[in-house]
Design a protein around this ligand. Structure first.
Ligand SMILES: [Zn+2]
Length: 425
């Protein structure tokens, strides 16, 4: 293992030297991974820098020690490289060098402490799909044959990618091959970069004028759109199953509404608009929210996340309230939201909207209908901490969130006692 790290370091330095000589503006970064048992040494991240010298110094400080032979936290390492480093440029290349496969029978027959796969719930699918959605090009530097099955699995997910034999390979050959491979992606990258540049222009948060007055609805156009939501899961198995929250499982209904031209409030993430549901007479007042930037790679993604979180929070609230019933424990009030899609003024727009009272009653959700909500960004935007880091957006802080945001500060109280939960020291 130590020898492999040394070899990898060498290859990386040679490669970056080459890259810097051909393109001095390129930024380079490093994310090293070991294994779960290495604790604080599990990940070592040096974010992107313009300075080759800094990069070289950082890399030299990486110890060529640690770990035993066998599967490594490959998925955790890749995921950290994708999500914890600042990928700001249009052209993104991830050169992964590894000696051993990820954990799990799917990747290896070697002795493995985690034969069922990553203990944090990462899978090759969710990690590589994330990489793809971030427009990162993947290359693999091969040191041993232990990674052959991993390569097969990865290719079944993201298609072909280039592989470089590092140990037996002659350095100059490696560099030439890498140069050929990276220039072959230039064509496809130039398209991405164009999109990227446009996106960067767009993604500085739009500054919209705020108007706190309720609009004169007579002057606003009537809009026909669709309201979309997920069924509330039946049980925990459905709640845990991400396939349940596939776009194709969204329920869609026609939605007639009017929305204010200007938002009446702005939060950290969203603008809030007065709106009315014109199906009713008199129309029902609702609040519709739109994310500050629509410049992300997939603007729909955040809206779908909110919709998913809403369905799931409904389930948890119903479950909690059924346990709380008759025990003198206050019910959890939760305002369900759904996704609104409508095309007007020449483009498709998305909103998060409060679910109508009637639908909510039908689905058994506890709802407080408040046309005007002070501080409603807090009241209606639940955050879910989950060991699967790929669900529930950026407010999901994973195990850390579960421990630090809840368990560490939780003092057992009447609710815990009434529900006969195991109490903490
Ligand atoms: Zn407790």
């Amino acid at each position: 293992m130590a020898g492999h790290i040394a070899a990898a370091k060498d290859s990386i330095l040679q490669l970056t030297e080459y890259i810097k000589s051909t393109n001095p503006n390129i930024k380079i970064g490093f994310c090293g991974y070991r294994d779960h048992c290495d604790n604080s040494l599990r990940l070592q991240i040096f974010d992107f820098t313009n300075s080759y010298e800094e990069f070289r110094r950082n890399l030299t400080s990486v110890l060529a020690t640690g770990g035993s032979d066998g599967p490594k936290d490959v998925l955790g390492g890749l995921y950290a490289a994708i999500t914890q480093m600042s990928w700001n440029n249009g052209t993104r290349v991830l050169f992964h060098i590894g000696d051993y496969p990820p954990h799990g029978k799917r990747f290896t027959n070697m002795q493995d402490e985690y034969p069922d796969g990553d203990p944090n719930g990462l899978t090759a699918e969710n990690v590589l799909e994330k990489m793809k959605s971030e427009n990162i090009f993947y290359f693999f530097g091969k040191i041993t044959n232990y990674t052959d099955t991993m390569i097969e699995v990865f290719r079944s997910i993201i298609g072909e990618f280039s592989i470089f034999e590092l140990v037996e390979g002659v350095p100059i050959e490696l560099i030439n091959k890498f140069a050929a491979a990276t220039s072959s992606i230039t064509m496809s990258v130039s398209l991405t970069s164009t999109i990227e540049t446009r996106r960067n222009l767009n993604s500085s948060p739009q500054k919209l004028e705020i108007d706190r007055n309720i609009p004169d609805w007579g002057t606003r156009p009537a809009i026909k759109g669709a309201t979309l939501y997920y069924y509330i899961p039946e049980d925990v198995a459905e709640l845990k199953n991400q396939r349940f929250y596939d776009k194709k499982n969204l329920i869609s209904k026609t939605f007639h509404f009017k929305v204010a031209q200007k938002p009446f409030a702005v939060g950290v993430e969203k603008y809030a608009y007065y709106a009315i549901n014109t199906k009713y007479d008199p129309p029902r007042r609702i609040v519709m929210k739109a994310y500050l930037t629509d410049g992300t790679a997939n603007p729909l993604k955040k809206y779908l996340e909110s919709t998913e979180i809403s369905a799931l929070t409904s389930y948890l609230a119903i479950k909690f309230n059924s346990k709380a019933r008759g025990k003198g424990i206050p019910f959890v009030n939760f305002l369900r939201v759904n996704l609104v899609r409508a095309a007007f003024d020449g483009r498709t727009r998305f909103y998060i909207s409060e679910l109508e009272l009637q639908d909510a009653v039908n689905s058994g959700v506890i709802v407080e209908y408040r046309p005007v909500l002070e501080a409603f960004f807090l009241l209606t935007d639940p955050a879910i901490h989950c060991i699967d880091p790929l669900r529930f957006g950026k407010t999901n802080l994973g195990r850390n969130g579960i421990n630090r945001c809840f368990l560490d500060s939780h003092g057992c109280n009447d609710v815990c006692r009434q529900l006969r939960l195991p109490t903490r020291g």
